[in-house]
Every structure is written in C-alpha cells, then in structure tokens.
Design a binder for this molecule. Structure first.
Ligand SMILES: Nc1ncnc2c1ncn2[C@@H]1O[C@H](COP(=O)(O)OP(=O)(O)OP(=O)(O)O)[C@@H](O)[C@H]1O
Ligand SMILES: [Mg+2]
Length: 343
C-alpha cells in the first residue's frame, strides 16, 4: 500500500512526500491576488510494474499532480524522487536523464499528435533529440514500437488523421515509450474513446506494463476504468487526499464518505458492494479559492459533524488504508453492523 511515511526504498520508481502546488490568481485591479491550492500535501510511491490511479471530480487537482510528476512543473513545496533521485537536487544533466524516464500520455489523441508529421517522424522525434542513433536505426526502432502497440509497420508513412481515435492513442503510447521510460503518467488516456476501444487500450497498457515493468500514474474520473487498471488508488477532493490504499480494500470496503459517494454514483460498481448505497452528492463543489474550513468535504458530506466544519482531519492509517475523516471509526462500525444484519 502507498503510505507516504514509508521509508525511501531504492526500488521505487517514483516517491512523493508532501507534494503541493499553489497558483497565484489575479483578482482584478483593486483586489490582492489570491492563492489557489490546487494540490496539497500528497504522498505516494509507485514501484516498477505497479499502477497508482488518481480519481476525483473535475478540478480536484489530478492534472496538476500529473504535470508535477512528469516534471513539467516544479512543486511549490514537497519532495519528489524519481528512481531514488531527488528531483530538485539533480544537476541539469541528471534532470534531462530523469525527463527521459517519465513520459506522458494525454486524454486527447487528436490534439497530442502533430498533424503535419508522419507516424514515423512522430515516433522518431524523441530518438532524434535524445540519441545519436543513425536515422535508419531510428526508423527500425519506430517500426518495431508500432508493432508492439498493435499497429502495422506499414503505417509509418501515414499521417495521424488517417487513423481512428483508438489507433491514435496507440501511436501516442508508442511515442511515449520510444525512450524506454520507467514511468508513464497517463492523464485520462481513455476518456475520449468509445467504451469498446477503451477496453482495448486498457488491455494494451496492462500488456506493456507486464512485459516492460512500467510504473503507471493513471488519472481518471471513471472508477470503472480504475478498477481494471489500478493496483493502488488515491481519491482526491479539492486538492487533498481523502482515502488512499490498495485497490481491493478501497473497492470492497470504501470507508471515506466521498469514496462511498463516488462508488455509489456508479450503478455497475455499486452492485456487489452491500455496504454502499446510492448517493447523490448534494451541493456544489466549493471554489478552490475559498475551500471550507475544517474538512474540505464537510459541505457535501452526509455524515459531517460540527467538528468536521472546524478541524481538518489528518490522513491516518485505518483498516488497511489511509483516510482523512474524523468519522471513519464510527462509519466503519455502523457499516460492519449493517453487514451483520443483512447476512
Ligand atoms: N496554471 C494554472 N493557473 C491557475 N490555476 C490553475 C492552473 N492549473 C490548474 N489550476 C487550477 O487548479 C485546480 C486543479 O486543476 P486541475 O486541472 O489539476 O484539475 P483536474 O482534476 O485535472 O480537473 P479535470 O478533471 O477537469 O481535468 C483547478 O481549480 C484549476 O482551475
Ligand atoms: Mg485534468
């Protein structure tokens, strides 16, 4: 399980401690800028061959986290280690090497491929910039990678618009793998695809992980998708971790009211989870510029007590996962009692 306080282990592909990102937001001429805390105090580790899925509603900070882990943005505070190396402490040459070890796959395979380049050019691009391989060897590697992601090597001279959405996402995955990364950061990689194509891409990602030992940071708002691909799950709300741990523990016995609400709003997942009732989240998502005092979820939580409105809960180990909820023990007890009654 991903426990932030776990001592640094050399085999972790990525480790984060207290990772935070804040943005200064201008509020017009006569008001001082405000701070938007997009991500606060996240901690996790991902080992080779493992997938950490990050789930949460729109605006909870998933892409911000992805950009930090992919080294596209430096965190405001916190510690990020890749392959046992502290990122901010690394020299320029080391940072360049680290960048090769982390690659991103984006949601929209239509926008992420240059329409003016052939597939061969797109795949050879990372090799041209980062290696001194002969162009013929680059082309051979690109053709090999194309076949590895399930496309024919004859596609090398075609352009992105000649492919379907699923095929383009295969090409985007192939491009991400050209430099043999250790970690793939996938930000909603199947959200723009039809359900049947989604399954094919998820299977491809699982095959690649099994054969190449890749670590995945997989971002999704779709718990059905997460259930297929994840080993560990981190549930975020307004930039903060609500619940985090082993996928099976969280899917079979969600304990945080927000996780329960997410699972309870997906009918296919709700079936088979006797303790999880249909939940419709009440109220609006609060503005990240003015989050509630106390627990950030308190304004929409059906179990909130006065304490929840005043005191921010700490993320603590409880029943085999981490959870930030003052009421966790009470809710776990009543869920256990309800299960005993229904048995
Ligand atoms: N560069 C930026 N400057 C200012 N605010 C930002 C910036 N990037 C993100 N934010 C804000 O940070 C918060 C988190 O945004 P983020 O894009 O990470 O959310 P998300 O979970 O990926 O959402 P979605 O599911 O819609 O993609 C949002 O309130 C967003 O407006
Ligand atoms: Mg996003």
């Amino acid at each position: 399980m991903s426990i932030p306080s776990t001592p640094d282990a050399p085999e972790a592909v990525v480790q984060a401690h207290g990772l935070s990102q804040s943005y200064r937001i201008g509020q017009g001429l006569f008001r001082p800028p405000a701070m938007l805390h997009a991500v606060q105090n996240l901690g996790f580790r991902i080992d080779a061959g493992r997938t950490l899925a990050v789930v949460g509603e729109s605006g909870c900070g998933k892409s911000t986290l992805a950009r930090m882990v992919a080294l596209a943005e430096a965190p405001t505070t916190g510690r990020l280690m890749l392959g046992g190396m502290l990122v901010p402490g690394a020299s320029a040459a080391q940072q360049a090497a680290l960048r090769r070890k982390v690659q991103m796959v984006f949601q929209n395979p239509y926008a992420s491929l240059n329409p003016r380049q052939t597939i061969g050019q797109i795949l050879q691009g990372p090799l041209q910039i980062n290696t001194d391989l002969h162009p013929r060897a680059q082309r051979a590697q690109a053709a090999q990678m194309l076949e590895r992601v399930g496309l024919r090597s004859e596609s090398m001279d075609r352009y992105p618009h000649m492919f379907s959405g699923g095929q383009r996402q295969r090409i985007a995955i192939a491009r991400a793998l050209m430099l043999s990364p250790a970690l793939l950061v996938a930000d909603e990689p199947v959200s723009a695809l039809d359900v049947s194509i989604q399954a094919q891409i998820l299977n491809l990602l699982a095959d690649l992980q099994a054969s190449l030992g890749l670590a995945y940071l997989f971002i999704s708002h779709d718990l059905g998708v997460v259930r297929h691909i994840a080993h560990e799950v981190l549930v975020m709300y307004l930039g903060q971790t609500m619940e985090q741990g082993d996928k099976n523990a969280i899917f079979t016995r969600p304990l945080h009211p927000y996780t329960q609400a997410l699972l309870g709003s997906a009918p296919t997942l709700r079936r088979g989870l006797p303790g999880v009732k249909r939940v419709v989240l009440q109220g609006e998502l609060p503005s990240p510029l003015a989050p509630p005092d106390g627990c950030v979820f308190c304004t929409r939580c059906p179990h909130a007590t006065p304490r929840c409105h005043q005191e921010r809960p700490l993320l603590q180990a409880f029943h085999g996962r981490l959870i930030a909820c003052h009421e966790a023990a009470t809710l776990a007890k009543s869920a256990a009692a309800a299960n005993t009654v229904t048995q």
